[in-house]
Write a protein that binds this ligand. Structure first.
Ligand code: PSV
Ligand code: MN
Ligand code: MN
Length: 388
């Protein structure tokens, strides 16, 4: 796409979904660092998310995590979001923070534990009904630590059975997004370790089951953009959990560690129709801000996705296709690199001005006085979830 007004229109319509847990305190298993003014409940998380949306104009959706965001009345929470120009996004299930899940949740050898896990997933669909959320996001920590610990195939059977039951409960317009992760917390086998496993389960389940690609969940050197292109071609790319990694599941700001990788991913998304709203690709963040200020970090992350998207949209598609057809390897690569090396910040400033917002979202947020206000008003913030 090189028509500038079409590029701008695509950028204006892109929506980034921010995770409720990124607004709370978080850390590693070594230490959770607390910050002044962090939200004390899901409502305050939405207040902060509204600031991110106000600053960027591009983050109107907020993902919840159950039970970290448990409230009595989810419809009321959805209304609260709506009053702030937001809507509630993916409901992230949690079948990993309970002693019962030591040997797994839906793949646990004990049918009682499997029942408990499935009951939680079904409860998450009830919550989706109340919030109007489209997506149920499933990440399973299930796996084994030692060879021989459990039967790999039996665990796949149990997984398939649980997924089928939850799939059957999905309503019209609802989807199940299955996330994979190479390792951790299980160290020997993980029951959904890669896109192939997730894809195979989703394929059997049907159209409402799609794969979610968490950019931090691969082995070093994995060609993530290939996975993205393949899943889009198969209409099985449900969305992203964006973040950056250097070593493992680091959950750093998207685009911080490897902006070139993010550009390559967004190129495949843009080229293969993934930016069109009807493609249904959810652009979610799954990040934790342990040592940096949270709201500006989330704003920066949204901007990083926008910059990668803008560069992808600026690729001269005709020149690329013609170089590819004629086998001109160097020219094809040069076309891509020209776009990557373009400074798109002026373009994005223009887009923001046209949207009626400040062209510099981080500066605008700093000047808003919001951080000082929440630091003064909110005392005793909650932890994002890990260990909570
Ligand atoms: C654990 O790796 C994880 O980061 C998964 O990516 C989930 O999406 C997220 O936690 C929240 O459950
Ligand atoms: Mn994730
Ligand atoms: Mn993760």
């Amino acid at each position: 796409m090189s028509d500038l007004s079409a590029v701008k229109a695509a950028l204006k319509s892109q929506q980034i979904e921010t995770p409720s847990w990124a607004y709370g305190n978080s850390g590693t298993r070594f230490k959770v660092f607390t910050q002044a003014g962090v939200p004390r409940d899901p409502y305050e998380k939405l207040d902060d998310a509204a600031r991110v949306h106000a600053a960027t104009g591009a983050a109107p959706v907020v993902a919840l995590h159950i039970p970290w965001d448990r409230v009595d009345d989810y419809a009321a929470l959805a209304r609260y979001a709506e009053e702030r120009g937001l809507r509630l996004g993916a409901i992230n299930s949690n079948v990993f923070q309970d002693d019962d899940y030591k040997l797994g949740s839906v793949t646990n050898p004990d049918p009682r534990v499997r029942r408990k896990a499935v009951a939680h997933l079904l409860e998450c669909v009830d919550i989706m009904d109340a919030t109007g959320s489209r997506d149920l996001k499933l990440w399973f920590s299930d796996g084994t630590n030692y060879p021989g610990q459990d039967d790999v195939v039996a665990r796949q059977d149990r997984l398939a059975e649980a997924l089928a039951e939850v799939y059957g409960r999905l309503g019209e317009g609802q989807r199940m997004l299955l996330e994979y992760k190479l390792f951790e917390p299980a160290f020997y086998t993980t029951d959904v370790p890669d896109w192939g496993t997730a894809y195979a389960h989703c394929l059997r389940l049907g159209d409402k089951a799609q794969v979610v690609v968490d950019t931090g969940h691969h082995a070093p050197g994995t060609n993530i953009e290939f996975i993205v292109a393949f899943l889009l071609r198969e209409q099985k790319l449900g969305g992203f959990d964006f973040n950056s990694r250097f070593y493992a599941d680091d959950d750093l700001m998207v685009g911080a560690a490897d902006p070139f990788q993010l550009f390559r991913i967004m190129h495949e998304v843009a080229k293969n129709g993934g930016l069109a709203p009807e493609a249904g690709v959810a652009f979610m963040l799954d990040q934790c801000h342990n040592i940096e200020a949270k709201i500006p970090a989330i704003i920066r992350s949204v901007m990083n996705v926008q910059e990668a998207t803008a560069k992808a949209l600026l690729i001269d598609a005709q020149a690329l296709a013609s170089a590819q057809r004629s086998g001109d390897v160097l020219e094809a690569n040069a076309v891509l690199m020209d776009a990557f090396n373009t400074d798109v910040r002026p373009l994005l400033r223009e887009v923001r001005e046209e949207l009626g917002i400040d062209p510099d979202p981080v500066a605008a947020h700093r000047a808003s006085g919001w951080q000082e206000r929440i630091a003064a008003e909110r005392v005793g913030g909650t932890q994002a979830g890990w260990g909570a």
